[in-house]
Design a protein around this ligand. Structure first.
Ligand code: SF4
Length: 196
């Protein structure tokens, strides 16, 4: 006697039934299954990017629907590893492979927000306002706390009250420029997430 689970039994019965009924109607399942399936990404737009999650910085390919036609809103429907990227050569870890979830997450932050001191509410601001505010606060803090010389007269030009953590998704060139910019301001507390 052949051992068969209930699930296998139902599968075999359904296949046999479907096959015999279709054959009676003159339809060949073998020929139908041999048909070329339509490539699901054929009408998508491909965009290169970097995984947002960790310091490895794997390259990704994002595929979106919506070809710019009137009223067609673009939406990312598939993400996979970039085979041409030198870091990951097309592979992604489980976190990277589930990037679509973060893209469509309802709690994903899409724009800068500001919460005034004492307030319990966040308000949306423009990128321009956010960058202006960051620049103003940096300048205020640097002007107030910059150390040009130590007590015994040695020139140090330090700014130790503000730190900077650069993003791992940046390229080597962006990392180099970020480092130069922060060091030229006198910042000592500086690191990159790629090292974390
Ligand atoms: S795919 Fe995985 S290993 Fe690569 S950057 Fe994303 S989280 Fe890191």
């Amino acid at each position: 006697m052949v051992n068969m689970t209930r699930r296998q039994f139902l599968k075999v019965s359904a296949t046999t039934l479907a096959g015999s009924s279709l054959a009676l109607m003159g339809f060949s399942p073998t020929a139908a299954l041999a048909e070329v399936r339509q490539y699901k990404l054929a009408r998508t737009t491909e965009t290169r990017n970097t995984c947002t999650y960790c310091a490895v910085g794997c390259g990704i390919l994002m595929y979106s629907l919506g070809d710019g036609a009137k009223n067609a809103k673009a939406s990312i429907i598939h993400i996979e590893g970039d085979p041409d990227h030198p870091v990951n050569r097309g592979t992604l870890c489980p976190k990277g492979a589930s990037l679509l979830d973060i893209v469509h997450s309802e709690s994903r932050i899409l724009y800068p927000e500001y919460r005034a001191p004492g307030s319990d509410k966040w308000q949306r601001i423009s990128w321009e306002d956010a960058l202006d505010r960051i620049a103003q606060l940096m300048k205020q803090d640097r002007d107030a706390n910059f150390i040009e010389k130590t007590a015994d007269g040695k020139t140090v030009n330090r700014w130790v009250t503000t730190g900077m953590l650069a993003a791992s998704a940046a390229s080597n060139e962006v990392g180099y420029l970020t480092h130069k910019t922060m060091r030229s301001l006198g910042t000592l507390a500086f690191d990159n997430q790629a090292r974390v």
